[in-house]
Design a protein around this ligand. Sequence first.
Ligand code: FAD
Length: 571
Amino acid sequence: MKDFFHRDLQLFIDHRFDWERYFRLRGSSTEVAEEVETYRTILRTAGEVCGDIEAAARDHWHEEVRLDGSAVVVPPHIVTGYEKLRAAGLLCLMVDPAYGGYGLPALVNCVFMEMLSRADPSLMTIVGLQAGVALDVQKYGSEELKHRYLPRFVSGELQGCMDLTEPQAGSDLGGILTRLSEENGRYFIDGSKIFITNGGADMHLVLARDGATFDQSRGTTHGLSLALCPVTLPDGTRNRVRVSRVERKMGIHGSPTCVIEFDHAEAFLLGQAGGGFRAMLDLMNNARLGVSAQAIGIAEAAYRAARQYAAERVQFGTPIIEQPLVKSMLTLMAINIQAARALLYRTCGLIDMTEAIRRELAAGPSAGNGNRAALQTELEHNVQLIRFFTPLCKYYATEISNHVTRQGIQIHGGIGYMAETPAGHYHSDSIITTIYEGTSEIQASFALKEMSKGALFAALETTRAELETLRDRRPELVAQVSEGLRWIEESAPALLGDPQYALLNAKRVCEMVIDVVVGGELLCLADVPEGRPELAASYIRRHMLAVEMNARRISSGDASRIKRYDRILGL
Ligand SMILES: Cc1cc2nc3c(=O)[nH]c(=O)nc-3n(C[C@H](O)[C@H](O)[C@H](O)COP(=O)(O)OP(=O)(O)OC[C@H]3O[C@@H](n4cnc5c(N)ncnc54)[C@H](O)[C@@H]3O)c2cc1C
Protein backbone atom coordinates (compact mmCIF):
# COMPACT_ATOMS: atom_id res chain seq x y z
CA MET A 1 0.00 0.00 0.00
CA LYS A 2 1.68 3.23 -1.17
CA ASP A 3 -0.44 5.53 0.97
CA PHE A 4 -0.96 8.26 -1.62
CA PHE A 5 -4.13 9.70 -0.11
CA HIS A 6 -2.52 9.89 3.30
CA ARG A 7 -3.45 11.50 6.59
CA ASP A 8 -1.81 14.88 5.88
CA LEU A 9 -3.93 15.21 2.74
CA GLN A 10 -7.13 13.83 4.25
CA LEU A 11 -7.01 16.54 6.92
CA PHE A 12 -7.85 19.20 4.35
CA ILE A 13 -10.87 17.34 3.01
CA ASP A 14 -12.11 16.22 6.42
CA HIS A 15 -11.62 19.32 8.53
CA ARG A 16 -10.65 22.48 6.70
CA PHE A 17 -13.59 23.09 4.44
CA ASP A 18 -17.21 23.85 5.28
CA TRP A 19 -18.89 21.37 2.95
CA GLU A 20 -22.34 21.96 4.48
CA ARG A 21 -22.23 25.62 3.53
CA TYR A 22 -20.70 24.91 0.13
CA PHE A 23 -23.51 22.57 -0.92
CA ARG A 24 -26.20 24.81 0.59
CA LEU A 25 -24.94 27.81 -1.40
CA ARG A 26 -24.88 25.75 -4.56
CA GLY A 27 -28.52 24.82 -3.97
CA SER A 28 -27.59 21.17 -4.02
CA SER A 29 -30.13 18.70 -2.68
CA THR A 30 -27.60 15.90 -2.19
CA GLU A 31 -26.73 14.47 1.21
CA VAL A 32 -23.53 16.31 2.20
CA ALA A 33 -21.88 13.45 4.10
CA GLU A 34 -22.53 11.12 1.18
CA GLU A 35 -21.14 13.55 -1.35
CA VAL A 36 -17.96 14.14 0.65
CA GLU A 37 -17.56 10.40 1.09
CA THR A 38 -17.78 10.10 -2.71
CA TYR A 39 -14.89 12.59 -2.99
CA ARG A 40 -12.87 10.51 -0.53
CA THR A 41 -13.60 7.39 -2.54
CA ILE A 42 -12.51 9.11 -5.77
CA LEU A 43 -9.29 10.25 -4.10
CA ARG A 44 -8.60 6.81 -2.63
CA THR A 45 -9.09 5.27 -6.07
CA ALA A 46 -6.94 7.98 -7.65
CA GLY A 47 -4.29 7.28 -5.01
CA GLU A 48 -4.26 3.61 -5.95
CA VAL A 49 -3.91 4.42 -9.65
CA CYS A 50 -1.07 6.84 -8.84
CA GLY A 51 0.62 4.12 -6.79
CA ASP A 52 0.36 1.89 -9.80
CA ILE A 53 1.89 4.50 -12.12
CA GLU A 54 4.81 5.41 -9.86
CA ALA A 55 7.15 2.45 -10.34
CA ALA A 56 7.37 2.73 -14.14
CA ALA A 57 7.87 6.49 -13.87
CA ARG A 58 10.89 5.93 -11.58
CA ASP A 59 12.36 3.14 -13.72
CA HIS A 60 12.04 5.06 -16.99
CA TRP A 61 12.81 8.56 -15.72
CA HIS A 62 15.62 9.12 -18.23
CA GLU A 63 13.51 8.34 -21.29
CA GLU A 64 13.08 11.37 -23.52
CA VAL A 65 10.28 12.56 -25.76
CA ARG A 66 11.25 12.49 -29.47
CA LEU A 67 10.02 14.01 -32.72
CA ASP A 68 9.16 11.61 -35.51
CA GLY A 69 8.49 13.77 -38.56
CA SER A 70 6.15 16.27 -36.95
CA ALA A 71 4.67 13.71 -34.55
CA VAL A 72 5.60 14.02 -30.88
CA VAL A 73 6.34 10.58 -29.42
CA VAL A 74 6.26 10.29 -25.62
CA PRO A 75 7.97 7.38 -23.82
CA PRO A 76 5.82 4.23 -23.44
CA HIS A 77 5.41 4.60 -19.66
CA ILE A 78 3.71 7.97 -20.21
CA VAL A 79 1.26 6.38 -22.66
CA THR A 80 0.55 3.54 -20.22
CA GLY A 81 0.12 5.90 -17.28
CA TYR A 82 -2.26 8.10 -19.28
CA GLU A 83 -4.33 5.08 -20.30
CA LYS A 84 -4.61 3.99 -16.66
CA LEU A 85 -5.96 7.40 -15.69
CA ARG A 86 -8.30 7.40 -18.66
CA ALA A 87 -9.61 3.92 -17.84
CA ALA A 88 -10.28 5.03 -14.25
CA GLY A 89 -12.17 8.14 -15.48
CA LEU A 90 -9.64 10.47 -13.85
CA LEU A 91 -9.37 13.16 -16.56
CA CYS A 92 -10.75 16.71 -16.42
CA LEU A 93 -12.40 16.16 -13.04
CA MET A 94 -13.69 19.73 -12.76
CA VAL A 95 -15.57 19.93 -16.06
CA ASP A 96 -19.29 20.53 -15.63
CA PRO A 97 -21.57 17.44 -15.75
CA ALA A 98 -23.52 19.20 -18.55
CA TYR A 99 -20.50 18.46 -20.77
CA GLY A 100 -19.75 14.99 -19.49
CA GLY A 101 -17.52 15.89 -16.52
CA TYR A 102 -17.89 15.44 -12.76
CA GLY A 103 -17.85 19.09 -11.70
CA LEU A 104 -15.55 18.31 -8.77
CA PRO A 105 -14.32 21.12 -6.51
CA ALA A 106 -10.86 22.66 -7.02
CA LEU A 107 -9.81 21.35 -3.60
CA VAL A 108 -10.44 17.72 -4.59
CA ASN A 109 -8.83 18.19 -7.99
CA CYS A 110 -5.74 19.75 -6.42
CA VAL A 111 -5.26 16.81 -4.06
CA PHE A 112 -5.40 14.53 -7.10
CA MET A 113 -2.83 16.68 -8.95
CA GLU A 114 -0.47 16.49 -5.98
CA MET A 115 -0.75 12.70 -5.81
CA LEU A 116 -0.26 12.33 -9.55
CA SER A 117 2.79 14.54 -9.48
CA ARG A 118 4.26 12.48 -6.65
CA ALA A 119 3.86 9.45 -8.93
CA ASP A 120 4.98 11.10 -12.18
CA PRO A 121 5.38 14.88 -12.54
CA SER A 122 5.80 14.57 -16.33
CA LEU A 123 2.47 12.84 -16.78
CA MET A 124 0.94 15.36 -14.42
CA THR A 125 1.83 18.23 -16.81
CA ILE A 126 -0.07 16.50 -19.63
CA VAL A 127 -3.15 15.76 -17.56
CA GLY A 128 -3.05 19.17 -15.84
CA LEU A 129 -2.94 21.09 -19.11
CA GLN A 130 -5.71 18.99 -20.61
CA ALA A 131 -7.92 19.87 -17.64
CA GLY A 132 -6.87 23.54 -17.72
CA VAL A 133 -7.59 24.01 -21.42
CA ALA A 134 -10.95 22.26 -21.03
CA LEU A 135 -11.90 24.64 -18.19
CA ASP A 136 -11.01 27.66 -20.31
CA VAL A 137 -13.17 26.37 -23.16
CA GLN A 138 -15.94 25.86 -20.61
CA LYS A 139 -15.58 29.42 -19.34
CA TYR A 140 -14.95 31.34 -22.58
CA GLY A 141 -16.09 29.10 -25.44
CA SER A 142 -19.39 29.24 -27.33
CA GLU A 143 -21.99 26.53 -26.60
CA GLU A 144 -21.10 24.97 -29.93
CA LEU A 145 -17.40 24.71 -29.01
CA LYS A 146 -18.23 23.38 -25.56
CA HIS A 147 -20.49 20.63 -26.87
CA ARG A 148 -18.06 19.78 -29.64
CA TYR A 149 -14.92 19.51 -27.54
CA LEU A 150 -15.54 19.18 -23.79
CA PRO A 151 -16.87 15.59 -23.75
CA ARG A 152 -13.83 14.58 -25.81
CA PHE A 153 -11.46 16.23 -23.31
CA VAL A 154 -13.18 14.36 -20.49
CA SER A 155 -13.01 11.02 -22.28
CA GLY A 156 -9.28 11.52 -22.96
CA GLU A 157 -9.72 11.62 -26.72
CA LEU A 158 -8.31 15.18 -26.81
CA GLN A 159 -5.31 16.60 -25.01
CA GLY A 160 -4.49 20.30 -24.73
CA CYS A 161 -1.62 22.75 -24.49
CA MET A 162 -1.22 26.41 -23.72
CA ASP A 163 0.82 28.48 -26.20
CA LEU A 164 2.04 31.78 -24.78
CA THR A 165 5.82 31.99 -24.82
CA GLU A 166 7.80 33.34 -27.79
CA PRO A 167 11.55 33.95 -27.99
CA GLN A 168 11.14 37.67 -27.18
CA ALA A 169 8.10 37.19 -24.92
CA GLY A 170 8.80 35.14 -21.78
CA SER A 171 7.93 36.77 -18.48
CA ASP A 172 6.81 39.81 -20.48
CA LEU A 173 3.85 38.62 -22.54
CA GLY A 174 3.44 42.16 -23.86
CA GLY A 175 6.17 41.12 -26.32
CA ILE A 176 3.91 38.62 -28.13
CA LEU A 177 4.07 38.99 -31.93
CA THR A 178 2.07 35.95 -33.07
CA ARG A 179 -0.85 37.43 -34.99
CA LEU A 180 -4.55 36.53 -34.98
CA SER A 181 -6.30 37.90 -38.09
CA GLU A 182 -9.96 37.97 -38.88
CA GLU A 183 -11.06 37.18 -42.42
CA ASN A 184 -14.79 37.21 -43.16
CA GLY A 185 -15.71 36.10 -39.65
CA ARG A 186 -13.04 33.38 -39.50
CA TYR A 187 -9.79 33.63 -37.51
CA PHE A 188 -6.23 32.63 -38.50
CA ILE A 189 -2.95 32.46 -36.57
CA ASP A 190 0.54 33.20 -37.90
CA GLY A 191 3.74 32.97 -35.85
CA SER A 192 5.77 30.65 -33.65
CA LYS A 193 5.76 29.69 -30.00
CA ILE A 194 8.54 28.11 -27.96
CA PHE A 195 8.78 25.89 -24.85
CA ILE A 196 5.21 24.62 -25.23
CA THR A 197 4.44 21.75 -22.85
CA ASN A 198 2.64 18.90 -24.59
CA GLY A 199 2.85 20.86 -27.85
CA GLY A 200 1.92 17.73 -29.78
CA ALA A 201 -1.59 17.91 -28.27
CA ASP A 202 -4.73 18.09 -30.39
CA MET A 203 -5.86 21.46 -29.01
CA HIS A 204 -3.76 24.61 -28.73
CA LEU A 205 -4.95 27.46 -26.57
CA VAL A 206 -3.05 30.37 -28.10
CA LEU A 207 -2.42 33.90 -26.90
CA ALA A 208 -1.91 36.04 -30.02
CA ARG A 209 -1.98 39.70 -30.93
CA ASP A 210 -5.19 40.86 -32.56
CA GLY A 211 -4.45 41.80 -36.19
CA ALA A 212 -6.89 44.74 -36.13
CA THR A 213 -4.88 46.63 -33.48
CA PHE A 214 -1.50 44.95 -34.01
CA ASP A 215 0.70 48.03 -34.39
CA GLN A 216 -1.03 50.18 -31.79
CA SER A 217 -0.96 47.48 -29.12
CA ARG A 218 2.60 46.17 -29.68
CA GLY A 219 4.65 45.95 -26.49
CA THR A 220 1.58 45.80 -24.25
CA THR A 221 -0.78 43.08 -23.03
CA HIS A 222 -3.70 45.04 -24.51
CA GLY A 223 -4.83 43.76 -27.86
CA LEU A 224 -4.04 40.13 -27.08
CA SER A 225 -6.65 37.55 -28.01
CA LEU A 226 -7.21 34.03 -26.83
CA ALA A 227 -7.96 31.45 -29.49
CA LEU A 228 -8.50 27.73 -29.65
CA CYS A 229 -6.59 26.13 -32.48
CA PRO A 230 -7.37 22.46 -33.16
CA VAL A 231 -4.86 20.35 -35.06
CA THR A 232 -7.76 18.69 -36.86
CA LEU A 233 -10.47 21.08 -38.09
CA PRO A 234 -14.17 20.21 -37.64
CA ASP A 235 -14.42 19.10 -41.28
CA GLY A 236 -11.66 16.54 -40.66
CA THR A 237 -8.90 18.37 -42.56
CA ARG A 238 -5.48 18.94 -41.00
CA ASN A 239 -4.90 22.49 -39.72
CA ARG A 240 -1.72 24.45 -40.56
CA VAL A 241 -0.08 24.02 -37.14
CA ARG A 242 2.93 21.78 -36.52
CA VAL A 243 5.67 20.94 -34.05
CA SER A 244 9.08 21.79 -35.48
CA ARG A 245 11.27 20.81 -32.54
CA VAL A 246 11.25 18.99 -29.21
CA GLU A 247 13.61 20.16 -26.46
CA ARG A 248 15.95 18.05 -24.33
CA LYS A 249 15.84 19.06 -20.69
CA MET A 250 17.38 18.51 -17.24
CA GLY A 251 14.15 17.00 -15.82
CA ILE A 252 10.51 16.07 -16.51
CA HIS A 253 11.79 14.13 -19.54
CA GLY A 254 8.43 12.49 -20.20
CA SER A 255 6.75 15.88 -20.63
CA PRO A 256 7.08 17.17 -24.22
CA THR A 257 8.46 20.72 -24.57
CA CYS A 258 7.96 21.92 -28.13
CA VAL A 259 8.43 24.68 -30.69
CA ILE A 260 5.18 25.28 -32.57
CA GLU A 261 4.70 26.89 -35.98
CA PHE A 262 1.37 28.43 -37.00
CA ASP A 263 1.16 29.06 -40.72
CA HIS A 264 -2.24 30.69 -41.18
CA ALA A 265 -3.79 28.05 -38.94
CA GLU A 266 -7.53 28.42 -38.43
CA ALA A 267 -8.67 29.09 -34.84
CA PHE A 268 -11.80 29.88 -32.83
CA LEU A 269 -11.87 33.04 -30.78
CA LEU A 270 -12.49 32.60 -27.04
CA GLY A 271 -14.03 35.66 -25.37
CA GLN A 272 -13.52 39.09 -26.91
CA ALA A 273 -10.97 39.97 -29.62
CA GLY A 274 -8.20 41.90 -27.89
CA GLY A 275 -9.51 40.90 -24.46
CA GLY A 276 -7.60 37.65 -24.18
CA PHE A 277 -5.07 38.57 -21.56
CA ARG A 278 -7.60 38.63 -18.72
CA ALA A 279 -8.98 35.27 -19.87
CA MET A 280 -5.45 33.89 -20.05
CA LEU A 281 -4.77 35.13 -16.51
CA ASP A 282 -7.69 32.97 -15.39
CA LEU A 283 -6.12 29.94 -16.95
CA MET A 284 -2.67 30.88 -15.70
CA ASN A 285 -3.93 31.30 -12.15
CA ASN A 286 -5.41 27.80 -12.25
CA ALA A 287 -2.21 26.54 -13.78
CA ARG A 288 -0.17 28.24 -11.05
CA LEU A 289 -2.10 26.34 -8.41
CA GLY A 290 -1.54 23.21 -10.49
CA VAL A 291 2.21 23.81 -10.53
CA SER A 292 2.10 24.41 -6.77
CA ALA A 293 0.48 20.97 -6.38
CA GLN A 294 3.07 19.53 -8.74
CA ALA A 295 5.91 20.99 -6.67
CA ILE A 296 4.47 19.62 -3.43
CA GLY A 297 3.95 16.18 -4.98
CA ILE A 298 7.60 16.04 -6.05
CA ALA A 299 8.71 17.22 -2.61
CA GLU A 300 6.59 14.54 -0.93
CA ALA A 301 8.20 11.84 -3.09
CA ALA A 302 11.67 13.19 -2.25
CA TYR A 303 10.89 13.35 1.46
CA ARG A 304 9.59 9.77 1.59
CA ALA A 305 12.63 8.45 -0.27
CA ALA A 306 15.00 10.36 2.04
CA ARG A 307 13.17 9.27 5.18
CA GLN A 308 13.30 5.64 4.17
CA TYR A 309 16.97 5.84 3.19
CA ALA A 310 17.90 7.57 6.45
CA ALA A 311 16.20 4.82 8.46
CA GLU A 312 18.13 2.12 6.58
CA ARG A 313 21.58 3.64 6.07
CA VAL A 314 23.90 2.84 8.98
CA GLN A 315 27.01 4.94 9.75
CA PHE A 316 28.93 5.10 13.02
CA GLY A 317 26.92 2.06 14.17
CA THR A 318 23.44 3.64 13.93
CA PRO A 319 20.95 4.55 11.21
CA ILE A 320 21.73 8.09 10.09
CA ILE A 321 18.17 9.17 10.97
CA GLU A 322 19.40 9.07 14.60
CA GLN A 323 21.93 11.82 13.87
CA PRO A 324 20.47 15.12 15.10
CA LEU A 325 21.56 16.97 11.95
CA VAL A 326 19.90 14.42 9.66
CA LYS A 327 16.81 14.34 11.85
CA SER A 328 16.66 18.11 11.64
CA MET A 329 16.91 18.11 7.82
CA LEU A 330 14.13 15.52 7.54
CA THR A 331 11.91 17.33 10.03
CA LEU A 332 12.33 20.58 8.15
CA MET A 333 11.39 18.83 4.92
CA ALA A 334 8.20 17.45 6.50
CA ILE A 335 7.26 20.80 8.04
CA ASN A 336 7.84 22.74 4.84
CA ILE A 337 5.76 20.36 2.77
CA GLN A 338 2.80 20.58 5.14
CA ALA A 339 3.19 24.36 5.36
CA ALA A 340 3.05 24.72 1.57
CA ARG A 341 0.00 22.46 1.52
CA ALA A 342 -1.71 24.58 4.15
CA LEU A 343 -1.50 27.65 1.94
CA LEU A 344 -2.40 25.82 -1.27
CA TYR A 345 -5.43 23.95 0.05
CA ARG A 346 -6.69 26.99 1.87
CA THR A 347 -6.58 28.89 -1.42
CA CYS A 348 -8.38 26.09 -3.26
CA GLY A 349 -11.05 26.02 -0.56
CA LEU A 350 -11.49 29.79 -0.95
CA ILE A 351 -11.90 29.33 -4.70
CA ASP A 352 -14.59 26.70 -4.21
CA MET A 353 -16.53 28.69 -1.63
CA THR A 354 -16.28 31.83 -3.77
CA GLU A 355 -17.65 29.95 -6.76
CA ALA A 356 -20.53 28.69 -4.61
CA ILE A 357 -21.27 32.25 -3.43
CA ARG A 358 -21.17 33.47 -7.02
CA ARG A 359 -23.73 30.82 -7.96
CA GLU A 360 -25.97 31.71 -5.07
CA LEU A 361 -25.88 35.40 -6.02
CA ALA A 362 -26.52 34.58 -9.68
CA ALA A 363 -29.52 32.43 -8.71
CA GLY A 364 -31.29 35.59 -7.52
CA PRO A 365 -32.99 36.62 -4.26
CA SER A 366 -35.30 33.60 -4.26
CA ALA A 367 -32.39 31.25 -3.51
CA GLY A 368 -32.42 32.81 -0.05
CA ASN A 369 -29.14 31.62 1.49
CA GLY A 370 -28.38 34.52 3.78
CA ASN A 371 -27.95 38.23 3.38
CA ARG A 372 -27.09 39.08 -0.23
CA ALA A 373 -25.17 42.23 0.63
CA ALA A 374 -23.04 40.27 3.12
CA LEU A 375 -22.46 37.56 0.51
CA GLN A 376 -21.41 40.17 -2.05
CA THR A 377 -18.93 41.63 0.46
CA GLU A 378 -17.60 38.16 1.24
CA LEU A 379 -17.24 37.44 -2.46
CA GLU A 380 -15.19 40.58 -3.05
CA HIS A 381 -13.02 39.89 -0.01
CA ASN A 382 -12.40 36.30 -1.17
CA VAL A 383 -11.54 37.39 -4.71
CA GLN A 384 -8.98 39.78 -3.29
CA LEU A 385 -7.45 37.03 -1.13
CA ILE A 386 -7.40 34.50 -4.01
CA ARG A 387 -5.58 36.98 -6.28
CA PHE A 388 -3.03 37.54 -3.54
CA PHE A 389 -2.64 33.95 -2.33
CA THR A 390 -2.29 32.39 -5.80
CA PRO A 391 1.13 33.89 -6.59
CA LEU A 392 2.14 33.30 -2.95
CA CYS A 393 1.24 29.59 -3.30
CA LYS A 394 3.23 29.26 -6.51
CA TYR A 395 6.21 31.10 -5.07
CA TYR A 396 6.24 29.23 -1.79
CA ALA A 397 5.41 25.66 -2.89
CA THR A 398 7.93 25.68 -5.71
CA GLU A 399 10.78 27.26 -3.74
CA ILE A 400 10.09 24.81 -0.90
CA SER A 401 10.12 21.96 -3.38
CA ASN A 402 13.55 23.01 -4.70
CA HIS A 403 14.87 23.10 -1.16
CA VAL A 404 13.27 19.83 -0.02
CA THR A 405 14.51 17.92 -3.06
CA ARG A 406 18.02 19.35 -2.61
CA GLN A 407 18.00 18.20 1.03
CA GLY A 408 16.84 14.81 -0.21
CA ILE A 409 20.07 14.48 -2.18
CA GLN A 410 22.11 15.58 0.85
CA ILE A 411 20.53 12.91 3.03
CA HIS A 412 21.42 10.27 0.46
CA GLY A 413 25.09 11.32 0.51
CA GLY A 414 27.17 10.18 -2.50
CA ILE A 415 24.57 7.79 -3.81
CA GLY A 416 22.17 10.74 -4.10
CA TYR A 417 24.46 12.23 -6.75
CA MET A 418 24.47 9.09 -8.89
CA ALA A 419 22.45 9.13 -12.08
CA GLU A 420 20.48 6.01 -11.26
CA THR A 421 19.07 7.09 -7.88
CA PRO A 422 15.75 8.96 -7.77
CA ALA A 423 16.99 11.55 -5.23
CA GLY A 424 18.64 13.58 -7.99
CA HIS A 425 15.70 13.04 -10.34
CA TYR A 426 13.32 14.66 -7.89
CA HIS A 427 15.55 17.72 -7.71
CA SER A 428 15.92 17.90 -11.50
CA ASP A 429 12.14 17.65 -11.87
CA SER A 430 11.48 20.20 -9.17
CA ILE A 431 13.60 23.04 -10.58
CA ILE A 432 11.25 23.81 -13.48
CA THR A 433 8.41 24.51 -11.07
CA THR A 434 10.04 27.80 -10.02
CA ILE A 435 10.29 28.84 -13.68
CA TYR A 436 7.21 27.96 -15.74
CA GLU A 437 3.80 29.53 -15.28
CA GLY A 438 5.73 32.64 -14.21
CA THR A 439 9.05 32.58 -12.39
CA SER A 440 9.35 33.06 -8.63
CA GLU A 441 10.40 36.67 -9.20
CA ILE A 442 7.29 37.32 -11.28
CA GLN A 443 5.08 35.69 -8.61
CA ALA A 444 6.65 37.88 -5.93
CA SER A 445 6.10 41.03 -7.96
CA PHE A 446 2.47 40.04 -8.74
CA ALA A 447 1.85 39.46 -5.05
CA LEU A 448 3.43 42.83 -4.25
CA LYS A 449 1.05 44.51 -6.69
CA GLU A 450 -1.92 42.87 -4.95
CA MET A 451 -0.57 43.98 -1.57
CA SER A 452 -0.47 47.57 -2.74
CA LYS A 453 -4.15 47.29 -3.76
CA GLY A 454 -5.15 46.39 -0.19
CA ALA A 455 -4.74 42.62 -0.13
CA LEU A 456 -2.01 42.77 2.53
CA PHE A 457 -4.34 44.43 4.98
CA ALA A 458 -7.19 42.02 4.11
CA ALA A 459 -4.99 38.94 4.60
CA LEU A 460 -3.52 40.16 7.88
CA GLU A 461 -6.96 41.07 9.25
CA THR A 462 -8.30 37.64 8.31
CA THR A 463 -5.40 35.90 10.04
CA ARG A 464 -5.79 38.14 13.10
CA ALA A 465 -9.47 37.19 13.39
CA GLU A 466 -8.65 33.48 13.08
CA LEU A 467 -5.94 33.75 15.71
CA GLU A 468 -8.42 35.23 18.17
CA THR A 469 -10.51 32.07 17.97
CA LEU A 470 -7.46 30.02 18.99
CA ARG A 471 -6.06 32.27 21.70
CA ASP A 472 -7.59 30.37 24.64
CA ARG A 473 -6.28 27.00 23.52
CA ARG A 474 -2.77 27.96 22.41
CA PRO A 475 -1.98 31.34 23.94
CA GLU A 476 1.79 31.15 23.55
CA LEU A 477 1.81 30.24 19.87
CA VAL A 478 -0.97 32.70 19.06
CA ALA A 479 1.09 35.42 20.75
CA GLN A 480 4.09 34.56 18.59
CA VAL A 481 2.13 34.72 15.33
CA SER A 482 0.50 37.97 16.48
CA GLU A 483 3.98 39.33 17.06
CA GLY A 484 4.83 38.34 13.48
CA LEU A 485 1.79 40.30 12.31
CA ARG A 486 2.99 43.30 14.23
CA TRP A 487 6.45 43.10 12.63
CA ILE A 488 4.90 43.12 9.16
CA GLU A 489 2.71 46.09 9.95
CA GLU A 490 5.66 47.96 11.38
CA SER A 491 7.94 47.39 8.40
CA ALA A 492 5.35 47.86 5.62
CA PRO A 493 5.52 51.70 5.61
CA ALA A 494 9.23 51.52 4.65
CA LEU A 495 8.11 49.94 1.36
CA LEU A 496 5.12 52.12 0.57
CA GLY A 497 6.88 55.28 -0.55
CA ASP A 498 9.37 53.75 -2.96
CA PRO A 499 8.34 51.24 -5.66
CA GLN A 500 11.97 50.31 -6.44
CA TYR A 501 12.74 49.54 -2.80
CA ALA A 502 9.45 47.60 -2.59
CA LEU A 503 10.45 45.52 -5.64
CA LEU A 504 13.87 44.88 -4.15
CA ASN A 505 12.14 43.44 -1.10
CA ALA A 506 9.28 41.66 -2.90
CA LYS A 507 10.42 38.13 -2.04
CA ARG A 508 11.22 39.13 1.53
CA VAL A 509 7.82 40.65 2.18
CA CYS A 510 6.06 37.70 0.48
CA GLU A 511 7.90 35.32 2.77
CA MET A 512 6.89 37.33 5.83
CA VAL A 513 3.23 37.25 4.84
CA ILE A 514 3.42 33.53 4.05
CA ASP A 515 5.09 32.86 7.41
CA VAL A 516 2.28 34.55 9.29
CA VAL A 517 -0.68 33.30 7.21
CA VAL A 518 0.66 29.74 7.22
CA GLY A 519 1.46 29.96 10.94
CA GLY A 520 -2.22 30.77 11.58
CA GLU A 521 -3.39 28.05 9.22
CA LEU A 522 -1.17 25.39 10.81
CA LEU A 523 -2.50 26.38 14.20
CA CYS A 524 -6.06 25.79 12.95
CA LEU A 525 -4.96 22.43 11.57
CA ALA A 526 -3.28 21.50 14.84
CA ASP A 527 -6.61 21.50 16.59
CA VAL A 528 -8.48 19.06 14.38
CA PRO A 529 -8.56 15.32 15.22
CA GLU A 530 -5.25 13.80 14.14
CA GLY A 531 -3.82 17.30 13.73
CA ARG A 532 -0.12 17.95 14.18
CA PRO A 533 0.40 20.44 17.02
CA GLU A 534 4.18 19.80 17.21
CA LEU A 535 4.55 20.59 13.55
CA ALA A 536 2.68 23.88 13.98
CA ALA A 537 4.76 24.81 17.03
CA SER A 538 8.04 24.07 15.26
CA TYR A 539 7.01 26.08 12.21
CA ILE A 540 5.90 29.05 14.25
CA ARG A 541 9.01 29.16 16.47
CA ARG A 542 11.31 29.04 13.47
CA HIS A 543 9.38 31.32 11.13
CA MET A 544 8.40 34.12 13.47
CA LEU A 545 12.12 34.69 14.08
CA ALA A 546 12.55 34.94 10.32
CA VAL A 547 9.69 37.47 10.14
CA GLU A 548 11.40 39.64 12.73
CA MET A 549 14.74 39.43 10.93
CA ASN A 550 13.16 40.31 7.57
CA ALA A 551 11.22 43.19 9.10
CA ARG A 552 14.39 44.62 10.62
CA ARG A 553 16.18 44.29 7.31
CA ILE A 554 13.38 46.13 5.45
CA SER A 555 13.10 48.88 8.05
CA SER A 556 16.83 49.48 8.18
CA GLY A 557 17.32 50.24 4.48
CA ASP A 558 16.16 52.25 1.53
CA ALA A 559 16.59 52.38 -2.24
CA SER A 560 20.25 53.42 -1.86
CA ARG A 561 20.88 49.69 -1.44
CA ILE A 562 20.22 49.35 -5.18
CA LYS A 563 22.99 51.86 -5.93
CA ARG A 564 25.35 49.77 -3.81
CA TYR A 565 24.42 46.67 -5.80
CA ASP A 566 25.11 48.63 -8.99
CA ARG A 567 28.62 49.35 -7.75
CA ILE A 568 29.19 45.71 -6.75
CA LEU A 569 28.05 44.57 -10.20
CA GLY A 570 30.02 47.29 -11.96
CA LEU A 571 26.91 48.72 -13.62
C1 FAD B 1 10.11 22.96 -19.50
C2 FAD B 1 9.36 24.20 -19.82
C3 FAD B 1 8.00 24.12 -20.12
C4 FAD B 1 7.28 25.27 -20.45
N1 FAD B 1 5.97 25.18 -20.80
C5 FAD B 1 5.32 26.27 -21.30
C6 FAD B 1 4.02 26.15 -21.85
O1 FAD B 1 3.40 25.10 -21.82
N2 FAD B 1 3.46 27.26 -22.43
C7 FAD B 1 4.11 28.45 -22.47
O2 FAD B 1 3.56 29.39 -23.01
N3 FAD B 1 5.35 28.60 -21.93
C8 FAD B 1 5.97 27.54 -21.37
N4 FAD B 1 7.22 27.66 -20.84
C9 FAD B 1 7.85 28.96 -20.82
C10 FAD B 1 7.96 29.54 -19.41
O3 FAD B 1 6.70 29.93 -18.94
C11 FAD B 1 8.98 30.69 -19.45
O4 FAD B 1 10.24 30.10 -19.66
C12 FAD B 1 8.97 31.51 -18.17
O5 FAD B 1 7.78 32.23 -18.05
C13 FAD B 1 10.14 32.49 -18.10
O6 FAD B 1 10.31 33.18 -19.30
P1 FAD B 1 11.76 33.24 -19.97
O7 FAD B 1 12.27 31.84 -20.05
O8 FAD B 1 11.68 34.01 -21.22
O9 FAD B 1 12.66 33.98 -18.92
P2 FAD B 1 12.82 35.57 -18.79
O10 FAD B 1 11.50 36.23 -18.79
O11 FAD B 1 13.82 36.05 -19.76
O12 FAD B 1 13.43 35.67 -17.32
C14 FAD B 1 14.81 35.44 -17.04
C15 FAD B 1 15.07 35.80 -15.58
O13 FAD B 1 14.73 37.19 -15.36
C16 FAD B 1 13.80 37.31 -14.32
N5 FAD B 1 12.88 38.42 -14.63
C17 FAD B 1 12.30 38.73 -15.81
N6 FAD B 1 11.49 39.77 -15.67
C18 FAD B 1 11.55 40.15 -14.37
C19 FAD B 1 10.93 41.16 -13.59
N7 FAD B 1 10.06 42.03 -14.11
N8 FAD B 1 11.22 41.24 -12.28
C20 FAD B 1 12.09 40.36 -11.71
N9 FAD B 1 12.70 39.39 -12.39
C21 FAD B 1 12.43 39.28 -13.70
C22 FAD B 1 13.07 35.97 -14.29
O14 FAD B 1 12.46 35.75 -13.02
C23 FAD B 1 14.20 35.02 -14.59
O15 FAD B 1 14.91 34.77 -13.41
C24 FAD B 1 7.94 26.52 -20.46
C25 FAD B 1 9.30 26.60 -20.13
C26 FAD B 1 10.00 25.47 -19.82
C27 FAD B 1 11.47 25.59 -19.51
